[in-house]
Design a protein around this ligand. Structure first.
Ligand code: ADP
Ligand code: ZN
Length: 301
């Protein structure tokens, strides 16, 4: 009898790491969370977790990582695989590929956390069967992954849609939470922006609160910018803030107003299909990391 293939995945976030063991197709067998402390603390814990799991379930054939950014994904760059300029203590300069290739003798694949989620949504979620997609997470930060013709868009750096400037609503005097920009999307519409602006945790804001109309105003601008820049077939929204059910109809409505007809007709006719919520929810990044591992394994063998 042949042993079934087993893969490992890491969804590396700013506050926690979601680690998974799974089968081909992104089928999660076991998962565990670790908090994001210093790398010297967090990474050995994850390594022991993988070793324990492999004793239980069998050998692990490859590892996939979806990492917080910015991360160097240009294969031709000398620091390919490294975490770039991050305020997280100890993580700047850490090279994911170098670290794990030394720690575990298996193929390792790396993407951004949002690209991992995009890969999962494309394979088995809201983006199934499509070739041109944008996935946006609206949570602690705002980040996006772009797929064009089935390929992840990657230039000399990965897209940083969260920091694109947006037009302020005329009555909005909030300073914003981005340390780099006054009027960027993340500064005005991330989870921490909601919490600071309205002085209560974003998840506690009632559905009828004016916060959501303003939030939709900014996220609709984001969808307009995405449409004009990338021309996707669908925009998928994930992350904690996007879980607010009342937000989506408001975003669609404001998107139609703001784009004012300057797009393909089918987008307006089927805006409910065009802008949708992630169907894999909190698991998208982990499923994506397993799919990345599987692809790395298939490429090597
Ligand atoms: P992370 O981005 O850290 O991986 P989340 O996507 O859950 O995790 O984002 C956390 C941020 O989103 C926090 O600022 C939190 O206040 C906000 N948030 C989480 N869940 C919700 C919710 N259901 N409604 C509104 N805001 C939420
Ligand atoms: Zn910014």
């Amino acid at each position: 009898m042949t042993t079934p293939l087993l893969f490992a995945g890491i969804e590396a976030g700013g506050t926690k790491f979601n680690c998974v063991i799974g089968k081909p197709g992104g089928d999660i067998v076991h998962q565990q969370q670790f908090s994001t402390a210093q790398p010297s603390e967090t990474l050995p814990l994850i390594q022991s977790y993988f070793l324990q799991q492999s004793q239980k379930y069998g050998p692990i054939s490859a590892l996939g990582i979806g990492s917080f950014g910015p991360v160097q994904l240009d294969k031709h760059a000398p620091d390919y695989g490294a975490i770039l300029d991050t305020p997280k203590p100890g993580w700047q300069g850490l090279n994911w590929l170098a670290y794990w290739s030394k720690a575990l003798p298996i193929p390792v694949a790396l993407q951004t956390d949002v690209n991992a989620a995009l890969i999962a949504e494309h394979s088995q979620g809201t983006g199934m069967g499509l070739r041109h997609l944008v996935y946006v997470t609206v949570g602690t930060g705002i980040g996006a992954g772009v797929m064009v013709n089935g390929e992840i868009l990657q230039g000399a750096s990965h897209p940083e849609l969260g920091h694109v400037a947006v037009k302020r609503r005329s009555d909005d005097t909030f300073a914003g939470v981005c340390p780099f920009h006054q009027d960027c999307l993340e500064g005005l519409a991330s989870g921490p922006a909601l919490t600071q602006r309205w002085m209560m945790p974003a998840q506690q804001l009632p559905a009828m609160h004016p916060a959501w109309d303003l939030q939709a105003y900014y996220l609709a601008q984001m969808c307009v910018n995405i449409t004009l820049c990338y021309g996707p077939e669908r925009i998928i929204l994930g992350g904690g803030v996007a879980a607010q059910g009342q937000l989506l109809p408001l975003i669609r409505q404001k998107f139609v107003q703001q784009i004012n007809g300057y797009c393909r007709k089918d987008i307006i006719q089927a805006v409910d299909t065009y802008i949708q919520r992630s169907s894999l929810g909190g698991n998208a990044g982990q499923i994506g990391s397993l799919l990345l591992a599987e692809a790395a394994f298939l490429q090597r063998s």
